[in-house]
Design a protein around this ligand. Sequence first.
Ligand SMILES: *[C@@H]1O[C@H](CO)[C@@H](O)[C@H](O)[C@H]1NC(C)=O
Ligand SMILES: *[C@@H]1O[C@H](CO)[C@@H](O)[C@H](O)[C@H]1NC(C)=O
Ligand SMILES: *[C@@H]1O[C@H](CO)[C@@H](O)[C@H](O)[C@H]1NC(C)=O
Ligand SMILES: *[C@@H]1O[C@H](CO)[C@@H](O)[C@H](O)[C@H]1NC(C)=O
Ligand SMILES: *[C@@H]1O[C@H](CO)[C@@H](O)[C@H](O)[C@H]1NC(C)=O
Ligand SMILES: *[C@@H]1O[C@H](CO)[C@@H](O)[C@H](O)[C@H]1NC(C)=O
Length: 387
Amino acid sequence: MFVFYRVSTMRIITARTFLLVGAFLLVLYLCKDFSDHKTGHLYLDVRENDSKIRQTTTNNSYVYSWPNCQQNMSAANITDFNKLPGHIQDFLYYQHCRHFPMLLDIPDKCGGADRSAEVFLLLVIKSSPVNYDRREVLRKTWAKERLHNGIWIRRLFISGTMDSGYEKKRLNKLLELEQREYNDILQWDFSDSFYNLTLKQILFLEWMERNCPKARFLLNGDDDVFANTDNMVEYLKGLMDNDGSKHLFTGQLIENTKPVRWSQSKYFIPVQVQESESYPPYCGGGGFLLSGYTALVIYNMSLSSTIHPIDDAYMGMCLAKAGLAPASHIGVKTLGLDVPSSKVDGYDPCYYKDMLLVHRFLPAHMYLMWHSIHDPHLKCGLEKQLV
Ligand SMILES: *[C@@H]1O[C@H](CO)[C@@H](O)[C@H](O)[C@H]1NC(C)=O
Ligand SMILES: *[C@@H]1O[C@H](CO)[C@@H](O)[C@H](O)[C@H]1NC(C)=O
Ligand SMILES: *[C@@H]1O[C@H](CO)[C@@H](O)[C@H](O)[C@H]1NC(C)=O
Ligand SMILES: *[C@@H]1O[C@H](CO)[C@@H](O)[C@H](O)[C@H]1NC(C)=O
Ligand SMILES: *[C@@H]1O[C@H](CO)[C@@H](O)[C@H](O)[C@H]1NC(C)=O
Ligand SMILES: *[C@@H]1O[C@H](CO)[C@@H](O)[C@H](O)[C@H]1NC(C)=O
């Protein structure tokens, strides 16, 4: 279940990769001094006083209500509608719905819209209500809110609702309790299903434009990835000409793909949902990094783009519409990690120390790995770096 590395592809990794990696590390190293200097003023602002942007109040009166979005009955007129799987029919009935009441909000998460520039990295983690154990371990590990080398990392889980009746109430109550303790959840009253992930992303972007428009960078990802947020901050600080106000969208680049037409697949997209036989390039939705600027551009584009249920592909569509391209980062492995052979330990921390993000981790492994890579006694040979 938790073995996600593929052994064979490792053999393809050659000296070229190591050269690339070496060059990358060198650039990082060379950038460091410069970037420290460049962002100096940002440090001071942020360091001044922690309590200024800590979310001290929990005024949830900023929860709005929207009229219930009505089912689009005409969707049933689409050719062969009755032959489509239930969840696709459901998607088509509600595809036009973009506003849902907020159940949990944190309008001052970023210290207010104006001060939101003090948030250097905002972690935006898609999490369904039931994933309590994943949220708990992330709060203690890579998603811990902290000042890292003078720069603020903030955390948000984005969620919908699940089930109905008592069970829905119970799960909402759980999130409410977590919110009371951690103040890190945005929740809207829509069904948190796989085909509603794009809706979730759009609702977040809308929230961001209102409450956190100046955040420098965002990590957008799943709650079952291992993210080395310390490395992310170093990488983002090392970007010479981008303080978040220019385009950045990077992760595991996925190109030349087309909609899955096999109806049994989790990713099934019938022609009734998308006719086009290709997707623009995008980054795997397990986790990608983007600038605040690019997040707002995507939001703008989404306003005039019909919702497509595959959320990461939809991001690619919005980027393409804006004339922007996603990029590839060697440290992001949303398809899992390649280890040299099945005889070696796929959870050797040396493989993860230099990564930015790897899918997929169970909570216990996450907890162990985060501690292992921070162990000052950890010794890794060159051959175990950045596989
Ligand atoms: C931060 O500001 C708060 C109130 O604005 C003040 O009570 C606190 O002492 C300050 N802390 C530091 C470390 O300056
Ligand atoms: C919360 O915010 C609303 C609107 O901004 C305001 O009217 C209300 O008094 C606030 N409540 C608290 C408890 O601060
Ligand atoms: C489509 O569905 C609506 C509502 O069910 C119906 O009134 C209409 O006649 C159907 N046909 C077309 C072409 O819209
Ligand atoms: C309802 O569905 C029909 C058929 O797909 C579509 O043409 C129409 O634009 C939809 N209406 C709304 C409000 O989305
Ligand atoms: C998305 O959420 C809405 C609101 O809860 C729901 O009506 C709809 O069925 C959901 N769509 C899918 C595909 O799950
Ligand atoms: C998004 O659109 C709004 C309104 O059209 C505009 O003011 C804003 O500059 C746009 N933002 C970006 C980042 O393109």
